[in-house]
Ligand binder design. Structure first.
Ligand code: MRU
Length: 346
């Protein structure tokens, strides 16, 4: 499986996902500012991968703080954490990782600064390792929902590239393939960044999982024609009532699935659930550069200067979601209660 992100010496290496599938090129981060750039410019994307990158970025930032005083160190660290939080607003895994790293700093208030710096690097490595384990559990838990021979529609890329490895939605798909279920995938191309066309198909083809890319506006055609047995997507943030923020276009897929009586599943780790936000209405939706709509890659397609709107995510109300697959089990409606129970078990 292609590695998404890793430490190499004192630098953080990320696969430059803007270049995939035609070039496999590393983006080297020497500073925390490089990591922020990597996240906001889509070098690395996908909620759990953004979380891992933020943790590694904070460890890089911590390393650059030149002081022996814990208080001065903490103050500088918190300022870097504030900057990191602004890299991308929707994926709550970023905040989750920043909070986890900040807690580590607070726990070590009596330790020498150089020990804290080392501990933060170790913590970021653990976040990466744990994420891969969590995704394998999500895959295992989702297995029972996948019938033999199923045709599965997915949106965007919730694969190894969107996480530390293995993937969430693609984790379920990988587990089903590994279990010999003989599945076939329909991958929405996912405009404007084409994560489905460029990344999901790339990951699945490398592992011999049958995949067809479809235009985003073809999902209804295939659902009505009984060519989709279930949908599984990832999530960027799940509110306390089960509303899900995910890549723009997810909402319309969910509504179409309901209309066509097709189960719609969301696969996500607990770190994607934000219990501080009651409903999807409270989730911040990232608005990106309109040029991402009027250009394809570097080529301008629309009339020069055309207006465009580019929300990067939408909110799928919980009522459209058949189940949420997590590392601690599969939950169903009512999600408010189920999420509370889930966290009490975790
Ligand atoms: O803009 P992106 O590519 O970061 O959006 C990614 C998604 O919407 C994914 O479905 C989500 O982050 C889950 S990744 C396991």
């Amino acid at each position: 499986m292609i590695p998404t992100i890793r430490w190499k010496g004192r630098c953080v290496y990320m696969i430059d996902q803007r270049k995939l599938p035609h070039k496999v090129q590393w983006f080297v981060c020497k500073t925390y500012q490089d990591v922020i750039k990597g996240i906001s410019h889509m070098v690395i994307r996908g909620a759990p991968a953004i979380g891992v990158a933020a943790a590694m970025g904070l460890a890089l930032g911590a390393e650059s703080i030149k002081t022996r005083s814990y208080h001065a160190f903490k103050e500088a660290f918190l300022a870097i954490a504030e900057e990191m939080l602004k890299a991308r607003p929707t994926a709550v895994n970023l905040k989750w990782a920043v909070d986890k790293m900040t807690r580590r700093v607070e726990e070590m208030s009596t330790s020498p600064v150089k020990d804290i710096q080392q501990a933060l690097k170790t913590e970021s490595e653990k976040i990466l390792k744990d994420d891969i384990e969590i995704n394998r559990l999500i895959g295992k838990n989702g297995l029972k929902l996948i019938p033999k021979g199923a045709s599965i529609l997915t949106h965007c890329n919730a694969g190894a590239l969107a996480t530390g490895g293995y993937g969430t939605a693609l984790g379920v798909i990988r587990a089903a393939h590994e279990a010999g279920k003989k599945i076939t995938i329909l991958a929405d191309e996912t405009r404007p960044w084409l994560q489905g066309l460029r990344l999901t198909s790339f990951e699945l083809m490398r592992e011999g999982i049958p995949v067809y890319v479809i235009a985003d506006n073809a999902a209804g055609f295939f659902m009505k024609g009984k060519r989709v047995d279930l949908v599984v997507t990832g999530a960027d943030r799940i509110a306390a009532n089960g509303d899900v923020a995910n890549k723009i276009g997810t909402y319309q897929v969910a509504v179409l699935a309901k209309e066509n009586k097709i189960p719609f599943y969301v696969a996500a780790p607990l770190s994607t659930i934000d219990r501080t936000i009651k409903t999807g209405e409270g989730i911040p939706v990232e608005q990106r550069d309109p040029k991402e709509i009027s250009f394809i890659g570097k080529k301008e397609i629309g009339p020069h200067g055309v207006n465009a709107l580019n929300p990067a995510f939408d909110i799928t109300p919980a009522k459209y979601i058949t189940a949420i697959i997590t590392e601690h089990g599969v939950i169903q409606k009512p999600y408010g209660k189920a999420i509370k129970r889930l966290f009490s078990l975790a």
